[in-house]
Design a protein around this ligand. Structure first.
Ligand SMILES: Nc1ncnc2c1ncn2[C@@H]1O[C@H](COP(=O)(O)OP(=O)(O)OP(=O)(O)O)[C@@H](O)[C@H]1O
Ligand SMILES: [Mg+2]
Length: 94
């Protein structure tokens, strides 16, 4: 019978069934507690260290009373104030 071997993933979302993953269980629980406490959270870490994956996994643990909205402020650089608010409104609506 073929045994499925896991691999290290570096090119997109990782799946624990197929890839070796760092579960970050305690950090995810901590982020959930901070969100429920109404805290602002900033994550600083070097490129490609799992920030986006961590946020997505943490948001998946929240119940349906939360509505996560992903906004990419990098896309708003070099635009006027009017365009900024128009884009922000449209992105939140979407
Ligand atoms: N918990 C994890 N365990 C193992 N590998 C992971 C984990 N999280 C992310 N990775 C791997 O690292 C890669 C980068 O993850 P991710 O995009 O979440 O990092 P990032 O810090 O948001 O990157 P960027 O700085 O480019 O925004 C993923 O494509 C995946 O292959
Ligand atoms: Mg990222």
């Amino acid at each position: 019978m073929e045994t499925r071997t896991r691999t290290f993933g570096t090119r997109g979302p990782v799946n624990p069934a197929c890839n070796y993953v760092v579960p970050r269980t305690e950090e995810i629980a901590d982020l959930g507690r901070r969100i429920k406490d109404g805290r602002y959270i900033v994550i600083f870490a070097p490129r490609q260290t799992g920030k986006t994956t961590f946020f997505r996994w943490a948001l998946d643990t929240l119940d349906e009373t939360y509505l996560p909205i992903q906004l990419d402020f990098e896309a708003y650089k070099n635009i006027s104030q009017e365009e900024f608010y128009a884009c922000l409104k449209e992105d939140i609506r979407q």
